[in-house]
Design a protein. Sequence first.
Length: 440
Amino acid sequence: MDSRVGGVVSIKVAMLGCGTVGAEVVRLLHEQAGDLAARVGGSIELAGIAVRRPNRHPDVPADLLTTDAAGLVASDVDIVVEVIGGIEPARSLLTDALRAGKSVVTANKALLAEHAADLFAAAGSAGADLYFEAAVAGAIPLLRPLRESLAGDRITRVMGIVNGTTNYVLSEMDASGAGYAETLDEASRLGYAEADPTADVEGYDAASKAAILASIAFHTRVTAADVYREGITAVTPADIAAARTLGRTIKLLAICERVNGGPDSAAGEAVAVRVHPAMIPRGHPLATVGGAFNAVFVEADAAGSLMFYGQGAGGSPTASAVLGDLVAVARNKVVGGRGPGESSYAALPVRPIAQVDTRYHISLDVADRPGVLASVATVFAEHGVSIAAVRQQGRSADASLVIVTHSAPDAALRSTVDKIAGLAVVHEVVSVMRVEGEEP
């Protein structure tokens, strides 16, 4: 569908949405038109922008704006850029575009985490491209290295900070000792948190991104429903202080890894994907990632350990990733090529969190009398959980007991905590936090 004017290829682009990211994409398309054309090998023409309320976009030429998103997608365009978010109408619009042979660039993590297989199928049947670098970690080049640069390697683990809001909150709690609620209020005031921060602080945003990362890294279809998820709303200043005592800090981590699959996998492997707060050593590179920044570690057999770091959200960083995809797709249109499609050949089973080996930091309020530690230790032994470190501090008739475990199946650790909570000598299980990083 690309047109030629004076022998020069013109790629027509339709954009769905013109919020913070979309407006920045429009600005950059106009300001960098010459450079982008040189990189693509043809001009990029913005054919139209679908929005709900055209009067809210006074800086955009009125002749580009339309409320008919379906009509714009069906028009004579080559590429559809989607930055509206959510499942519908994005899913229907992008499926229609792909089926019509129009390539798609999207930043929609929620849609990809639920319906990537359907979108890839539509793209594959029509020979169209589906690019989505902006869906995970904003401006950080992460997905394309996983899809292309490391395509000849075997990735074993992807772990990182993929949500800027929660990282800002936890970083500030660690730096100031403030509580969760007041720190979240500050994040909202500074623009780091949405008016409704639920998707961020409850881990839904990170879980969607983890599903995308795991799908690409392990050549296996993983949806958001497959991801174990915990948010940061229960993290307290006491948890932060306890982590500091151990030389650690707390981060909300997305962890995607290959694990021993057992008899349910022909390859003897499975995939485990989880999002939860965890204590990590202060010497770990992820511990120094502050504010709203993102960072992701990738471990591969041949390449070893790689770290990707940068701004994970915001209009300009995300627009940078969208434009990078747009240039790549436009190049493919010019030369008649295609980018990578879905790679799900491995089809590894997804291991539930209960069967995944993790480590716990457990803080207890207990009676301060002889035999308490022995009673607690007996419960650990009964569940086959080994204790790595213990710290006990007396307070009048009560005591604080902190236990860090060695690795064990999460179900065994959880059962241990439940049993301990019922002991007469235990007044309260104050907190339970997973631990990542080197074992003591």
